[in-house]
Structures are given as C-alpha cells and as structure tokens.
Write a protein that binds this ligand. Structure first.
Ligand code: FAD
Length: 427
C-alpha cells in the first residue's frame, strides 16, 4: 500500500525530516503536493510570482524524483477533500504553525484517523519550535535577547544534523511520470520572474555584520524565499551561520522567535501583541496609503523601498524597517494595512516574520521599538545610503521637479504620532 509524503513548505528531497521518516519506515512512498484551493483562491493576483516559484520548484523536484524511478503527484484541490478521497498506508508531513494550517491539519488528521490511517508530522522548518526554547518557569519568551541566549545554549550537533533521506531513496514508490498541471490549469499565468539563486554565498555571510545595513550593497543572503518554501534546509544554513558569523545566526534565530510567538500568541494575526496599542486612533487616509504603496511620498528612501518592492518582490531589511515606521508613525496608518500590502507583494512573505516585523515597527509587538522611537528618514539615509546609490537606482528623478514634495513634514508628523500614541497608551 502507498504511503504519502505531503510536501508543503519543504520543497526539497535532501535533509527533510518528514520525508526521511516516511522513507525509513515504509516501502512505497509517493510524494504529493496539493495546490491548496483555499489558499490560492484568496490571492487576488493571477500572475502571482510566488505561485510561479512553487511551480518551478515542483518541476525541479519532479525531475529529481524521476531519477529514482518515482514521480510527484500534484493535485489542485482542497486538502481536506483530497484526504477524504484516498486511503494510504500513512501520511507524513512537516509542521506548519500558521492558524489556517493548524486548523486544516487538525481536520485532515481527523479524517485520516477515522480510517485508521496515521498522520505523522515533524519539525522541519525551524531549529526550535513551540515550547522547545522557553523560560525556566515554562512560559514562552516574549523578549528576543534572553530567547536567543537560551536558543544558543540549547543548540548542539543533534539539532543541526541533517536527515539523510538519500539512504532510503530505494523506498520511493516505483511509478511512471505523472503529468504536472500547468500554471494555466490551476488558474494562474506564467510570468517572467527572476528568483534569487539557491546558493549560500559564504563571502557574503562572512562580511554580513559589516554590510547588512546598506541597501546599495549586496550584503545579505537573499535566501528568504528559499527558507519560505523550504527549497533550502534551515539546519544547513544554521550550520554555516554557526561557523561563519554569529550576527547572521541571530537573524535565523529571529525567524524561529517569530514562528514561536505566532504559535503561542495566535491573536497577533489580527490584533496587537500589546492590547493597549489597539486603542490608537489611526488616521487611515486612503490617498496617503496609495502614495505610500506607489512610492510617491516625497521621502526618497521610503519611495525607493516601495518601488523596489513593487518591481522585484523584495525589499532590503533596513528599508523594510524605514517604510514600516513611516507608514505607521509619519502617516498614522494602521500597521495591518502595511502588513497586508507586504503580504501581497513580498516573494518571501511569511506570516510570522511579516507580522513580527510590522508590530515591531509600530511598537505594538513583543520586544518592539519603543513607541517614542520614530525613524527619521533623512538620518537613516545619511547613515545607510550616504551616497544615495540605492535611492538613485529606484528614484532616478529625485531632486528634480518631477519628484513629489514630502507628503507630510517630519517634525509635525513626529509630534502628531507621539501625542496619538500617548493618548492611546495613557502615557
Ligand atoms: P538575511 O539578512 O540574509 O537573513 C537570513 C534569513 O534570516 C532571512 O532569509 C530570513 O529568513 C531570516 N531573517 C532575517 N531577518 C529577519 C527578521 N527580522 N525576522 C525574521 N526573520 C529574519 N522576512 C521574511 O522572511 N518574510 C517576511 O514576510 C518578512 N516581512 C518583514 C516585514 C517587516 C516590516 C520587516 C521589518 C522585516 C520583515 N522580514 C520578513 C524580515 C527581513 O526583512 C527579511 O527576512 C530579510 O530582509 C530577507 O533578506 P535576506 O534573505 O537577504 O536576509
């Protein structure tokens, strides 16, 4: 009887926890990917590049799998319906911590167990999950620094060891090539897109601490889309980080931290981590929001970031912090508007990290920037893009008459946000 390995955010055959156990414990393992109609129907862009990325990754996976005499079954349906219609020996998959996924997986488990089919799930996406790193009193951490200290203290070779799936490739189910649906078949358009390479550039990692804050330099790994869809293994990256640069390791720990926060505090998906911040009276001016989205605020570093995002689906981390602070603090627009815009545009969009980043910038999150910290775009530019190289790349008309006047005066905006925040927080 066939056993299913259900690929989701783990689109690779090497060092994959659930795939390893599926192959080790069974004889006829068939890899399956489901284009989840519940997720796809919520996307409002039929040319979404993330779907193209998944599709390309599946083609690559299938090619690799066919070398081992098996294939990849790709279906386009609601996973709950799919599991109602099959009766495998067992199903193996890796954990996903988002609330939709948790609900879906609970439903799938129930359906399968009612048929006597085991649903086996594993940690794969992060180094430490759920309550693996917690305070001595067994509560979850809400501040990053002590969390990261405990994380590092707990780390040992065991947690970084890769899962040697290749030992058991003989246990894939032998089958003929299965046709993969085209993007058109699933209601999407094939668009030209260039994705960051799946290469760990050690020369970048080695200099990461010195170069990471300068958006004009290629100073960060650009691996975020690969981490998002599991086309690289986090254990592999953490091994490199540990050897080469602790500052980069810290960034990988932030990723674990936000996944842990989302798991323990699922309310952050809709509300502020700190309830008082839900009393802020946002201005939510739709025209100003549109100017921010389009990179037309008259603040060059903000506009450069938004135009980079619109054109490429990527934005440098330093600039993400600046544009998020600008939206929430200078324009007093609800962080959830910005979060939703990023969710639509970022190729590396990840609910936990995006929500964490936005709540950090708005001040409403765990371990967030204090409310009185309002980034000054001009000072940020002087520090991090002193020659305006990044700005000129994305805003070539800067300094000319064609460039808009600032949407709001910095000092005025700063006073306005401080008094609004004070009022909401009773400070
Ligand atoms: P590197 O600097 O090379 O870091 C390596 C990896 O560490 C990244 O790929 C990422 O997986 C992880 N990482 C780095 N910084 C962070 C961080 N602050 N929080 C969590 N993980 C981190 N990252 C996402 O992956 N998806 C998002 O949707 C996302 N939204 C963000 C929204 C805002 C408002 C902010 C301020 C940050 C957001 N980040 C998000 C974090 C960060 O900006 C990106 O991970 C990073 O820019 C990706 O580039 P890189 O792969 O070159 O990262």
């Amino acid at each position: 009887q066939t056993t299913i390995h259900w690929f989701r955010r783990d689109l690779r055959i090497q060092d994959n926890a659930a795939l390893y156990y599926a192959l080790k414990e069974n004889k006829k393992v068939l890899p399956v990917f489901i284009f989840d109609t519940v997720i796809l129907e919520a996307l409002d862009d039929w040319a979404d590049k993330r779907v193209v990325f998944i599709h390309q990754s599946l083609l690559h996976l299938q090619e690799q799998l066919e070398e081992f005499g098996t294939s990849l079954l790709v279906v386009h349906t609601d996973p709950v319906q799919f599991y109602k219609s099959v009766r495998p020996q067992a199903v193996y998959t890796n954990h996903d911590y988002e609330s939709y996924a948790l609900t879906r997986d609970a439903a799938v488990k129930k359906i399968l167990e009612a048929k006597g089919v085991h649903f086996n799930t594993y940690k794969d996406q992060v180094i430490f999950e759920k309550s693996e790193v917690q305070k001595d009193n067994e509560e979850p951490y809400t501040v990053f620094t002590p969390y990261s200290k405990k994380w590092k203290a707990k780390l040992n070779a065991f947690f970084l060891k890769s899962y040697p799936t290749e030992k058991y490739f003989k246990n894939f189910k032998a089958c003929k090539s299965i046709a993969l649906p085209s993007l058109k078949d699933i209601g999407f358009k094939d668009v030209d897109a260039i994705f960051p390479e799946r290469v760990i550039k050690t020369s970048i990692i080695e200099k990461y601490d010195k170069q990471r804050d300068f958006p004009a330099i290629r100073g960060t790994s650009r691996l975020s889309i690969h981490l998002r869809f599991g086309t690289v293994s986090i254990r592999k990256l953490a091994q490199v980080a540990k050897k080469k640069n602790e500052v980069w390791l810290n960034e990988l720990i932030w990723r674990d931290f936000y996944a842990m926060i989302l798991f323990h505090f699922p309310h952050v998906e809709a509300r502020s981590f700190r309830p008082a911040y839900d009393h802020i009276e946002w201005r939510n001016d739709p025209e100003e929001f549109e100017k921010w989205c389009d990179g037309q605020t008259g603040y060059p570093i903000v506009d450069a970031g938004m135009r980079e995002l619109n054109a490429t689906g990527f934005m440098h981390n330093r600039v993400r912090m600046i544009v998020a602070s600008f939206l929430t603090k200078h324009l007093l627009i609800d962080w959830r508007w910005g979060e939703a815009y990023f969710a639509k545009k970022l190729l590396d969009y990840d609910l936990a990290s995006n929500n964490g980043g936005w709540q950090w910038a708005a001040g409403s999150g765990c371990d967030a920037a204090p409310y009185f910290r309002v980034f000054n775009p001009a000072l940020q530019t002087q520090k991090f893009d002193p020659k305006m190289e990044y700005i000129k790349k994305w805003v070539p008309e800067v300094g000319t008459e064609n460039y808009p006047k600032p949407i709001v005066d910095h000092v005025f905006a700063r006073d306005r946000v401080l008094s609004s925040y004070r009022k909401a927080l009773n400070k």
